[in-house]
Design a protein around this ligand. Structure first.
Ligand code: GLN
Length: 489
């Protein structure tokens, strides 16, 4: 019982349905761990024991009745604070929404609660999901449980730190340019960004709408598959939600990998990657060869343009999305102003942090008359070329692999003074979002200073089940995903 905090979701479900533990006891176990370990990590920024236990009691009633439960009933999880959660403060890591209590649930929150999962609390994040280190949060940085002098990655850093420290068995995240995969890599977890349109964005505070996707973060690929089953599906409230037949993302987990063709883009294996990361990724590829996979070289000739194109498109969309925060309808309002224009400008000047303001300025600039064609339109054309490169590559391979992040977790302050250095943290993840493809990160070893390294798998459009199969087969023969930081035991 005592190591339940390190169990898989299937193990938790079996323990709950056998009634060896109640959902209330399980939630309490995690809440007690949060009380003990969160002060040193700052992963959770909202907790409400009464609310959590009420949800757990409802799950127990279902489980006691022996019917009406799902594979996830009674299992606790926590939400990135970008998801509107009814009755919970939903801050998006910003002073702007410090006092905003959501009157409704995001689609993803509703679906996971509907599956019987129990909300442990809300998780810290970079402000409005802009960042790669969690240093831009209004609520202070999140610490990496493997080494608290290092960043957990971002923007879903709270989600990653919470799972790594076993304060939650699973969490939600969002990925606009890498924010599920990069923190998963830096904290030794498995995280999945679905194909654009597979998971509804309703109630997920918008950063860059054409790139944002919600996805699961957990210890293993199998856990991610079970969570994705509950999260994905058509939602008429999101105009980009895709109407497709529902799938069981766990259906192919056990398929052998003999004959699998792994594409290795030569652009992902160049100079940018640190030697320790490279060694771990190479070892993982050898493991795949032992499982019967073959590797083929592929080319993504425009991938070098992904970071510049992203930093035009994402800020452009952000500048438009964030215009709703004007101090009028909700969010922070400056205490003093002399007229309406000053109320807007002071509320925004005081409510947003520096990185968010930088993005709004860039976005407004690239969309302005006279620069639109030169920047925004150009970036959109590059985006199309990047997608076409992937389409070409998938003609000769089933999945693409490479590193998730060019380095292991870095120290606080190492990149925060230089935005371009910080932006390069996502050099291997961003092209996936620009192309709308699904991507995953899974732990594949340890690098310098004993920090976790992530292997990235990129699937073809709607190739989640294949990607999860590929990840799960690796996790059957390796145990990186079961390792946890010593201090968290
Ligand atoms: N780090 C990237 C950025 O700052 C990606 C963020 C994300 O995926 N939300 O924009």
């Amino acid at each position: 019982m005592s190591d339940l905090f390190n169990s898989s979701l299937r193990q938790l479900a079996a323990t709950l349905t056998a009634r060896k533990i109640s959902a209330v006891e399980l939630a309490t176990l995690f809440l007690d761990r949060i009380d003990r370990l969160n002060p040193g990590l700052n992963a959770f920024i909202a907790l409400d024991r009464d609310k959590t236990l009420a949800q757990a009691r409802a799950a127990d009633e279902k489980l006691n009745a022996g019917a009406g439960g799902t594979a996830l009933t009674g299992i606790p999880l926590a939400h990135k604070d970008i998801f509107c959660t009814k009755g919970w403060r939903t801050s998006c890591g910003s002073k702007m929404l410090e006092n905003f209590v959501s009157p409704y649930d995001a689609h993803v929150v509703e679906k996971l609660a509907g599956a019987g999962m129990v909300t442990l609390g809300k998780l810290n994040m970079d402000e409005f999901a802009m960042g790669s280190s969690n240093e831009t949060s209004h609520f202070g940085p999140v610490k990496n449980p493997w080494d608290v002098s290092r960043v957990p990655g971002g923007s879903s850093g709270g989600s990653a730190a919470a799972i790594a420290a076993r304060l939650a068995p699973a969490a939600t995240g969002t990925d606009t340019g890498g924010s599920i995969r990069q923190p998963a890599a830096l904290c030794g977890l498995t995280g999945l960004k679905p194909t654009y349109g597979a998971v509804s964005r309703y109630g997920m505070i918008a950063f860059a709408s054409s790139l944002d996707q919600a996805g699961p973060m957990a210890k293993s690929a199998e856990d991610c598959a079970l969570l994705l089953n509950a999260m994905a599906g058509f939602d008429p409230r999101d105009s980009t939600s895709l109407e497709r037949p529902t799938e069981d993302y766990a259906r192919d987990l056990e398929k052998p990998l003999a004959g699998l063709r792994i594409g290795l883009p030569k652009e992902f294996f160049g100079d940018g990657m640190d030697a320790d990361v490279r060694a771990a990724v190479d070892a993982a590829l050898d493991e795949y060869r032992k499982l019967g996979a073959i590797t083929v070289e592929v080319q993504l000739p425009n991938s070098g343009l992904s970071v510049p194109a992203y930093y035009v498109i994402a800020p452009a969309e952000a500048s438009s999305n964030l215009s709703r925060f004007d101090g009028v309808r909700y969010g922070y309002r400056a205490p003093e102003y002399s007229d309406l224009a000053e109320m807007y400008s002071r509320s925004r000047a005081q409510g947003f942090g520096a990185e968010v303001k930088r993005r709004i300025l860039i976005g407004t600039y690239v969309l302005s008359h006279g620069y639109y064609d030169a920047y925004y339109l150009k970036a959109q054309k590059i985006r199309r070329l990047i997608a076409a490169d992937f389409q070409e590559a998938f003609k000769v391979c089933d999945v693409i692999m490479g590193p998730t992040s060019p380095s292991v977790a870095f120290a606080f302050g190492a990149k925060s003074a230089d935005p371009v250095q910080m932006y390069l943290s996502d050099i291997y993840t961003i092209s996936t979002n620009l192309a709308g493809l699904p991507g995953m990160s899974l732990p594949c070893g340890f690098g310098n200073n004993n920090m976790p390294v992530g292997l990235q798998i990129i699937g073809s459009w709607f190739g989640e089940a294949k990607m999860l199969n590929v990840a799960h087969q690796y996790q059957r023969v390796t145990d990186w995903h079961t390792r946890m930081p010593k201090e968290s035991k």
